[in-house]
Every structure is written in structure tokens, then in C-alpha cells.
Design a protein around this ligand. Structure first.
Ligand code: HEC
Ligand code: HEC
Ligand code: HEC
Ligand code: HEC
Ligand code: HEC
Ligand code: HEC
Ligand code: HEC
Length: 263
């Protein structure tokens, strides 16, 4: 067997790591370089860029809060390369500004996720998966879960008062509890089990079978054919269906009657 000398191997590894990084970056933000440049903000007929300072005249509060936002760092490319973070999502604002905020003179990404997809290409694909939040249908917008103007764009990050799961509870009361018997899994957040954008699995589950649960619950194979989970024998149970169906752990978010989350 042939072995590369260590130095060569690390160089190759670095090269691979580097090129994977570059490819990933290109795929993710095909129109964006994170160090303060973007290429393609949405367009508004007849309008040019005016910059954040202009917006702050009439939207002072939002502009002030925006300074610590994830997207603050984004800047459009062109002559006007400074301080047009707002317009990277709202499009050029000169007409809007000159008309004192006339109707339909500025893009509002609440109306359509297309603005976000321009830079987050991969998200379009996620929302087209068979099971997804109905964002492309217009029943829900990205900003129901992401704050575009303050702190981390992911609710619960940065200085936002809502945690990630509080965001989910805004619409999904039934999973909030309080339950007599909580499933401690939910303390890790809803996204240990659900892909919030979309999934190939029903109920937007990350994994469609027992492996979803076995992420945390150790499966002990004592002798062939003998399986213990949580100290209990699960021999042949696993072949019957998923852990949360068929009268098994149906109360997967928490239960009022049963500590083993049966119902
Ligand atoms: C001269 C005042 C003025 C300036 C300058 C201004 N706006 Fe507005 N803007 C308004 C008014 C008035 C409204 C409508 C009332 C409201 O929603 O607050 C508005 C509404 C908006 C809306 C909501 C539009 C909708 O259809 O839902 C957005 C988005 C917006 N402005 C972004 C901006 C951005 C970005 C800038 C800077 C490029 C800017 N504004 C500059 C006055 C202004
Ligand atoms: C990452 C994209 C993005 C950036 C950057 C951005 N916005 Fe917004 N903006 C949105 C979205 C999304 C909404 C719709 C929010 C909602 O109501 O759900 C919005 C809504 C608004 C509104 C309508 C009123 C409101 O609060 O909903 C105004 C005004 C506004 N933005 C101004 C600004 C200003 C001023 C800046 C820069 C300081 C800015 N935006 C930067 C995405 C962005
Ligand atoms: C002009 C390009 C651009 C647009 C338009 C844009 N984004 Fe982003 N977004 C980025 C970049 C670049 C990053 C990565 C920033 C970083 O990691 O510092 C990012 C990061 C994010 C994150 C991750 C934040 C975090 O804290 O990890 C979320 C969520 C997000 N964007 C949502 C949105 C939503 C929702 C919209 C539409 C309202 C939107 N973006 C519009 C370029 C854009
Ligand atoms: C139902 C709530 C919800 C909606 C709607 C939603 N997101 Fe997210 N998004 C999340 C959560 C929660 C995370 C944190 C990721 C995780 O923990 O898996 C996230 C993460 C992200 C990230 C950063 C991590 C990553 O996956 O790249 C981006 C970018 C993003 N979302 C963009 C968007 C865009 C664009 C839209 C609208 C087209 C959108 N999201 C709609 C809940 C949502
Ligand atoms: C703004 C409201 C809203 C928020 C916030 C929200 N959802 Fe939803 N969710 C919906 C809607 C609407 C549906 C689609 C319901 C339907 O099709 O009957 C849905 C569907 C779901 C489903 C699939 C239900 C089914 O029967 O197939 C799951 C799972 C889910 N959401 C999890 C989450 C998680 C996890 C979060 C937080 C990251 C979240 N949701 C945040 C509105 C929301
Ligand atoms: C341990 C994994 C796990 C965690 C954590 C989890 N879920 Fe679920 N969730 C599931 C499973 C499994 C199903 C499918 C249940 C079924 O088909 O009967 C489901 C179904 C759902 C549904 C559809 C409800 C229905 O009646 O069909 C919603 C909505 C939902 N979850 C929201 C949430 C929210 C919100 C959180 C965070 C508080 C969360 N889930 C955390 C595993 C989980
Ligand atoms: C994020 C980690 C995590 C995931 C994923 C997870 N659980 Fe749990 N689960 C826990 C923790 C922690 C406990 C409490 C400690 C314990 O009993 O092991 C628990 C407890 C339970 C209990 C109660 C056990 C008892 O005897 O009291 C059941 C039943 C259960 N989980 C079923 C499931 C099912 C079914 C799934 C998959 C849908 C799942 N868990 C996924 C972390 C997780």
C-alpha cells in the first residue's frame, strides 16, 4: 500500500476542504459574498438606491434596530456600495422615499418569499419538498419565523425574546403543554425531530423511522434478536411500524396520562 507523506496529505486535505468550502459557498449564496457585497437585490421600476440613512428619516426605529441584524452586513454592488442594507431586501428606494412612502413603491418580502430565495436558493428547494410549511402557497411567510430586522434572523437567537420553540408555539398550541408527563426531547427544541422548512417525510420529520428516536435513546442489542430500549424489551416491536404509531408512543410531545407517552 502506498502512503502519502503527512505533509502532502495535509496539503491535499486542505485543498479538498478549501474547494468544498468554495463550492458550498457558491451553492449557498450564488449572488452573495459575505464580506459586504451582494449582486442582485430586487428591482423597482425607475428607482435607484438611496441608502439606509434615507430610510431612517421615516423608519427610525427599524433602522436603529437593524444595526445588530444578521443581514446588516449585506450591501449591494455597484456605484452605490455603502449602506444600502435595507434595499438588499426591499429593492431600490428612491421613488418610495420621494413619494413619502406611496403604495407599491417598495418591495415587501412578506408578500412573497421570492426576495429571500434570490440569495437563499437552497430554501426554494426545501419548500418544494412533499411536506413543507405552506410558504410558497402564501399562507405563511419567512418572517413568521425569522426576524429580518433585529438580532439573529433565527428567532430566539441574538437579542430576540422568542426562543425557537416559542416561535413554533405561536401557531402550534397543542404541542406547548404543559403536560403531566413531558417528553424531555422537546427541551432540545422542535428541530431535533422536525425540519422546519420541509422534508420528504410526513409531518416534516427529519427521519421517517425509529432512527429518529434512536438519536437519543440507546438501542442495546444484548444477544442477537434481543433489543432493549430504555431498559425495556423491544423485541419484534420495531418491525411493526414507527415508534409513534400503532398504539405505541403516540403522545410523542408529552402525555397527560402515561409516563411512557403511549397516549
Ligand atoms: C419620506 C418618508 C419615507 C422614507 C424616506 C422611506 N419610507 Fe418606507 N414608508 C413610508 C410610509 C409613509 C409607509 C407606509 C406606512 C407604513 O407602513 O409605515 C412606508 C412603508 C414602507 C414599507 C411597507 C410597504 C408595504 O407595501 O407593506 C417598506 C417595506 C418600507 N417603507 C421600506 C422603506 C425603505 C427600505 C426605505 C429606504 C430605502 C424607506 N422605506 C424610506 C415612508 C417612508
Ligand atoms: C433580510 C431582508 C430585509 C432587510 C435587509 C430589511 N428588511 Fe424590512 N422587511 C423585511 C420583511 C421580510 C418584512 C415583512 C415583515 C413582516 O411583517 O412579516 C419587512 C418589512 C418592513 C417594513 C414594513 C413594516 C413592518 O415593520 O413590517 C418596513 C417599514 C421595513 N421593512 C423597513 C426596513 C428598513 C428601514 C430596513 C433597513 C434598516 C429593512 N427593512 C431591512 C425584510 C427585510
Ligand atoms: C441579498 C442577499 C440576501 C437576501 C435578499 C436575504 N438573505 Fe438571508 N442571508 C444572506 C447571507 C449572506 C447570510 C449569511 C450571513 C452570515 O452568516 O453572516 C444570510 C443569513 C440568513 C439566515 C441565518 C441567520 C443566522 O443567524 O444564522 C436566515 C434565517 C436568513 N438569512 C433568512 C432570510 C430571509 C427570511 C430573507 C428574506 C426576507 C433573507 N434571508 C434574504 C443573504 C441574504
Ligand atoms: C416554520 C418556521 C420557519 C419558516 C416559515 C421559515 N424558516 Fe428558516 N428556519 C427555521 C428554523 C427553526 C431554523 C433553524 C434551523 C434548524 O435549527 O434546523 C431556520 C433556519 C434558516 C436558515 C439558516 C440555516 C439554514 O438552514 O440554512 C436560513 C437561511 C433560513 N432558515 C431561511 C428561510 C427562508 C428564506 C424562509 C422563507 C422562504 C424560511 N427560512 C422560512 C424556521 C423557519
Ligand atoms: C405562523 C404560523 C406557524 C408557525 C410559526 C409554525 N408553523 Fe408549523 N404549520 C403552520 C401551518 C399553517 C401548517 C400547515 C397545516 C396544515 O397543512 O394543515 C403547519 C404545519 C406543521 C407541521 C406538519 C403538520 C401536519 O399535520 O403535517 C409540523 C410538524 C409543524 N408545522 C412544525 C412546526 C415547527 C417545528 C415550527 C417552529 C420551527 C412551526 N411549525 C412554526 C403554521 C406555523
Ligand atoms: C422527539 C421528536 C419530536 C420532537 C422533539 C417534536 N416533535 Fe412534533 N412530531 C413528532 C412526531 C414523530 C410526529 C408525528 C406524530 C404522528 O404522526 O402521529 C410529530 C407531529 C407534529 C405535528 C403534527 C401534529 C399532528 O397532530 O399530526 C406538529 C404540529 C408538531 N409535531 C409540532 C412540534 C413542535 C411545535 C415541536 C416543538 C415544541 C415538536 N413538534 C417537537 C416528533 C417530535
Ligand atoms: C433529543 C433527544 C431525544 C429524542 C430525539 C427522543 N427522545 Fe424520548 N426522551 C428523551 C429524554 C432525555 C427522555 C427522559 C429520560 C429518559 O427516560 O430516557 C426521554 C423519554 C422518553 C420516554 C419516556 C420513557 C420513560 O420510561 O419514562 C419515551 C416513551 C420516549 N422518550 C420516546 C421517544 C420516541 C418515541 C422518540 C422518537 C419519536 C423519542 N423519544 C425521541 C430524549 C429524546
Amino acid at each position: 500500500m502506498y502512503h502519502l507523506p503527512t505533509s502532502k496529505r495535509t496539503t491535499i486535505r486542505k485543498l479538498i476542504a478549501c474547494s468544498t468550502g468554495i463550492i458550498a459557498a457558491i451553492l449557498l449564496f450564488s449572488c452573495v459574498a459575505v464580506n459586504r457585497t451582494i449582486v442582485a437585490p430586487p428591482s423597482v421600476p425607475g428607482a435607484t438606491f438611496v441608502g439606509n440613512d434615507d430610510c431612517s428619516f421615516c423608519h427610525e426605529d427599524i433602522t436603529k434596530r437593524f444595526e445588530n441584524a444578521t443581514h446588516f452586513r449585506l450591501i449591494a454592488e455597484g456605484k452605490n456600495t455603502t449602506e444600502i442594507g435595507c434595499e438588499s431586501c426591499h429593492g431600490p428606494g428612491s421613488v418610495h422615499s420621494e413619494t413619502g412612502g406611496a403604495y407599491h413603491t417598495i418591495v415587501n418580502p412578506k408578500d412573497s418569499p421570492e426576495t429571500c430565495f434570490v440569495c437563499h436558493l437552497d430554501k426554494r428547494a426545501e419548500f418544494n419538498l412533499p411536506y413543507s410549511h405552506p410558504v410558497t402557497e402564501g399562507n405563511l411567510s419567512c418572517s413568521d419565523c425569522h426576524d429580518p430586522h433585529e438580532g439573529s434572523a433565527i428567532m430566539g437567537g441574538g437579542t430576540k425574546p422568542l426562543s425557537e420553540e416559542q416561535t413554533c408555539f405561536e401557531c402550534h398550541q397543542a404541542q406547548r403543554g404543559p403536560f403531566v408527563f413531558e417528553h424531555e426531547a422537546s427541551r432540545e427544541g422542535c428541530t431535533v425531530c422536525h425540519s422546519p422548512h420541509g422534508s420528504v417525510n410526513a409531518k416534516m420529520l427529519k427521519i421517517r423511522n425509529a432512527n429518529l428516536c434512536l438519536q437519543c435513546h440507546l438501542q442495546e442489542q444484548t444477544t442477537p434478536g434481543r433489543v432493549l430500549i430504555g431498559g425495556f424489551s423491544h423485541d419484534s416491536l420495531l418491525s411493526r411500524g414507527s415508534c409513534w404509531s400503532m398504539g405505541c408512543h403516540e403522545a410523542v410531545h408529552g402525555s397527560h396520562v402515561n409516563s411512557t407517552l403511549r397516549f
